[in-house]
Structure formats: structure tokens, C-alpha cells
Write a protein that binds this ligand. Sequence first.
Ligand code: GDP
Ligand code: MG
Length: 713
Amino acid sequence: IPPSAADSLSLTAQLNGNPMLNGHAPESNDSSPASERLQIINDEKNFTTYLTSQIERWGLRDAGFNYNIVAVFGSQSTGKSTLLNRLFGTTFDVMNETRRQQTTKGIWMCRGEDMGVMVMDVEGTDGREREEDQDFERNSALFSLVSSEVLLINLWEHHVGFYQGANMGLLKTVFEVNLGLFGKKAHDGSQGRTLLLFVIRDHIGVIPLANLQTTLTADLTKIWDSLSKPQDLQNRRLSDYFDLSFTALPHKILAADQFEAEVQELRKRFVDKKRDDFIFKPAYHKRIPADGVAFYMENIWQQVQTNRDLDLPTQQELLAQFRCDEISSVALSHFTEQSKSQRRPIEAGHVVGFGDLMRNWRSQALSRYDCDASRYHQGVYQRKRTDLLGVLNSTLSPLFLGQLKNLHKSCLSSFKKELLHGLCGEEYDFADVIGEARTKCETLFADGATEVSLEDTDWTWQDELESLREEIGNVADQCRKDETKKMANLIERNFKNQISEPVGISLNKATPDMWDKVLSTFKQTLEKAESTYLAKARSLNCTDDENATSLAALRKRAWLVLREKIDEQTTDIVILGKLQAHFEERFRYGENAVPGAWRPDDDIDGAFQTAKDQTMDLIPRYAKIAPVDPSLEFTLPSETSDPLNSTDEFNFPSTLVVFTETKSLDLASRFRKDADAYYVEAKRSTVSSIARIPSWILVLYRKFARSVAMLLS
Ligand code: GDP
Ligand code: MG
């Protein structure tokens, strides 16, 4: 008993000690599954549920079309089972000689020994008594015709020529049934052609086989002609549907050795494909794949039993649907097992060569399906294949998308790495670095995405590429902003260095065109800085707007740098020092800058006043940045950014003011104090020099003072 059959046995059946369940389960005389026989249709006319598993146990499940089916017909107890057992090595029940007990009715099936043949033993009746028996006869004839390539018609020699005895009524049924089934189609020989092999038993040999054959053929033709055929099939002949063949066997008991020898000779005709009289000609094959035979037969039997019109194309389509579904789900379960194992790795990150992996699983599943399903109805096979492909693709689709996400991530990080690498030196062109990194990254993504894109799908990776592009853009943008800022800072630092010295010098000498010099230095340096910026900005792909903003910022920063320098040069101490120096120069050396100490006849008061006034004039000069040449004036737009936060305000005119009015007054008064002190000191020095110092010392002192003054200046 196959395991599946054993599983399905009910507990009651087991308790009753009757595991055979209506004789459905296969029986065997020895332990080999190949010799097991199965009652496929039992006494109650029910079809067995074990045929599928039995065909597998017979080792024929995967035979495709490479198998044959033969059935035997004939009256009861005419030695049919005996013939089959001798001919095919089957194990059918044979009537016990001593008890003359009838064998089990129904249809039995067994595998031919050492041959891919399924043999059906149809246990007939006399065909003349009960209506029920006639029904079964008709149904089993129909059933056998649909499934078998060859019908063995078994009869005694002495029945030839006797209608009743030879059970010719059975043949009439076979012909009628066949006409109904294949009437229109069979003419082209494409479907339903069957071989009727007459086996004449107990052939004594007095009447040659040829004569018996003539008699039988004449009888068959008579039967054929007597059939009521539809109008359009009136002219069809028996040979349009059947091939006829005749053979005779000696008496099994009286000529046992001869019988055995001729049976073995007949067997060769079922086995040796090379023989001209090989029996299983391809034209007789019913083209049902071996793995679908059980389902097909069961359906046919159901149809036959319920007296429904047997529409074979529909049956074959039904079979195809059923089997293609089964085959498909087997292929799918293998596939699911494979693809499940990669779900986690994909979630964890990029899997190298994943496209090939998926391609492999998918083609394995498809070829698994094709291998078995392609033998079935082509329309159904193709349709189910498309369905299967759809399921395979939709199972793989999330993995594809996962892989795209991984690819996106890894490409983005390689882009960042590429950027970092490209921007680390001094000599680089930003636009080139970005462009190269972008191309590399997109190529990497496209290659990876193509690898993982399966043929015959509607999968696209354009969306993912777009989103990657967007992120690349963001990174590049941020990078560019940082780069721009870095560059602006560098330019500002250079600017500061460049203006520091010339501005310092200009502010030291408070000439009337002091601011002209300062501003012209400022403007020239700024111009240089701006063109440096623009040159770099071009490589950074800055927009005009960005350039405008950056340049405005640069100008403002530059101006503030200048102001810082000015502030540094005009702190109280520094500016007072400058005033002092200016004053001393004017006062001590006079208008004509004649060096020397004051003499009593010198106009100290006049000189003092002049020097002081001239120096005082410098304060307003320093107080405001104002060039003499109006073309040198510099201006910036004022900003009132946030009305609530006035500390942020930048008011350009106010930045022109170096000293406020108050500050100027304060500086003036502090200077005046210093100057006055200097004046008093000068006065005192003349008086003391007149009073006490001899003239030769004065000469020496003047010389010394001049040297000191020279050193100081
Ligand atoms: P079935 O009912 O047609 O399957 O017939 P069986 O194979 O069960 O055989 C019925 C009886 O006929 C048995 O007793 C056999 O021994 C006997 N028998 C079998 N073959 C031959 C044969 O070739 N000639 C004769 N005379 N008897 C046979
Ligand atoms: Mg029998």
C-alpha cells in the first residue's frame, strides 16, 4: 500500500481488519511495486483514488508520452487474464480451474513486466443478460477506447462466424461508441485511431488463420454497415477509424509448449519497435502525458458514468488545467524555497550578482514547469506559464526593489568618497571633480540596476535613479556651498594681508589726499579679489544670483576689513601719537623746518600757534573717510534686515565716520593739553639756556639734539 493510501485508510476500516477498502488498494503477488495490480474501477463502478500514486510506484509517472496502454475485451472465461499474464507478465486473477469461480468484476490495471505498458483487464459479461451489465459493457468500451492504443479482442476459434458466441454485440458497441467520440475528427487520422487486435484462441490449425480473418472481417463489415450513422458520416468506412489485425494461439492445455512459444513471439511485437509489425504505432497514442493519465481516466469515467456527452477536447483542456496547476505549484514551491533564503541577505545590504541568482531561480522554475507541462494542451500550458511567470516576478519584485535600495545607498556613499578624494588636494577643478564623481556613481548604479533587472518584467529603476540623482545633487550642492565659503574666506584673508601695509602707510602721513590713497588701494585690491572670486566661482558652477550674493558679501567683508585696519590706525593712543609727531615736527623745526633749539629772538608763540592749528586741522581729516577726488568714493548699499533687531543693521554712511563730533572734540582737547605742555617746556628751555649755559655747551647741545632728532625721525 502506498504511504498516501495507508494514511487515508479510515480507522474503522483498520479496526475491521479490512485495510483494502473495497479492493481499491493495489494488490501484489510478490513484494515488487512493479508487479502490483490495481482495481481501477470496482464492482460498484467507482474509480480508484490510488491510480496516481500507483503509476508513480510503477515508475511510469515521468514517462511523458513514452508509455503505452492496452486493454482486453472478450466474453467471460475466455482466458483473457491468462493471456495477459503470459503476454505481459502481469498478475491478474485467473479463474480457479477446480472451483470454476468467477473472478472479480470491474477493470483492473497492471504494469507490463520490463515494459512501459499499462495493461487493462476488462472483466466482461456475456453481454446478453441484464441491462445493467450492458451499460457497464458500453461504458467500459468507451473508457478503453479513449485511453487505450490497442484493444485485444479475445475469442475462441469455434466462435468465429457465430455472432452471439463471438460476442459480436460487444464489437457493435465499440464501433458505435467510437463513432460518437471520433466521428468527424478521425477521418484525417489525427486522433482516436485504434488498433483492434483479434486473438483467436484454441486455434487447431485446420482452418488457416487467413480464412478465419476473412470471416471475421466480413462479420465486422456487416456490423459496421448495420450501424445507424449520422447523415454526414454515411460514407465512412470501418478502416477510417480502426486498424484491424489478426493472430491465433494454439490450445493452452493441449499444446502447452506451442502456446507458450507463440505467446512469446507475440510479445515481441509489443516490445520491439524496429519490427514492421510492431503493435504500438505512434498514431494510436492518445497523447496523454503519463503524469496526467490518472486524472484524465478518472474524469473520463465520471463523464461516461453520468451519461454525459464525452467531449474529449474539453476533457483534455480540463486535464491540462489541472496538471499545469499542479506542475506549476511544484515548480513554485522549489522556487519559493530558494528565494526565501535570500530575503535576509538583501535586507542586510547589497548582494553581489543577485540578478544572476534571481535569473537562475526563475529559469529553473520555468524549465521545471516546461518539462512536464509542455506536453499538455498548448493554450492552457502557455496561459498557465504566463501566470506562473507573473507569480515568479511578483515574488522577486520586492527583492529587486530591495537590491535597488542597497545599490542606491552604496552608490551614494561611493560618490561621497569620490568627492572627498577629488577635493583633498590644492589643484583641482571643482566642477570636474563633481562631474566625474557623478558620472561614476550613475554608471555604477545603472550597471548594478541592469544586472538585477530581469527580462520579461515591467520592472524599472528610473525612479530610484531619479531619487539617487536628487541626493547626489544635494550632496554636491552642500559641498559647493562649503567650497564657496572656504574660497571666500581665503580671498578675505588675502585681501586683509594685501591692504594692511599700504593703508598703514597712507594713514601715517595725513596728507590731504590720504583717503584718496587709501580708497584707491582698497578699490584695486577689491577688484582683484572679485575677479579671483569670479574665476573660481565659474568652476563651482555658481549661479548669477549666488555670485551676486557672494560678491556683495565679499564687498561688505572687505569694507569691514578696511575699517578694522583704519580703527587699528586711529585708536586714541595711535592717533594722539600721530598728532603729536606732526605737531612736534612743525613746531620744533618751524615753517622752514630749520632744526635747532629755540633762541630768545625766535617767535616761539607764532610757531607754536601755526603748528598747533595745522595739527588740529588733521583731526577732521581723520574723522571721516572722504576722498578729495569724488570718483574714488566708495559706497555700499545699507541693509536693514530685521526691523526688530536693529543691532544687525548695517548703515554704510555711518561706517564712513571714523571719529564722531564728540570724539573729535575730546581728541582735540587732549592734543591741546599735550601741545601746551610742549610749549611750556620749549619756553623754559630758552630761558634756562640764556641764564646758565655757556655758549660752547649750547653748540654741543644743538649738535646732540639734531642727532637725537635725526635718530627719532
Ligand atoms: P477470463 O475470465 O477471460 O479472464 O479467463 P481466465 O483467464 O480467468 O481463464 C478462464 C479459464 O480458461 C481458466 O480455467 C483457464 O485455465 C482457462 N484457459 C485459459 N487459457 C486457455 C486457453 O488458451 N485454452 C483453454 N481451453 N482454456 C484456457
Ligand atoms: Mg479475467
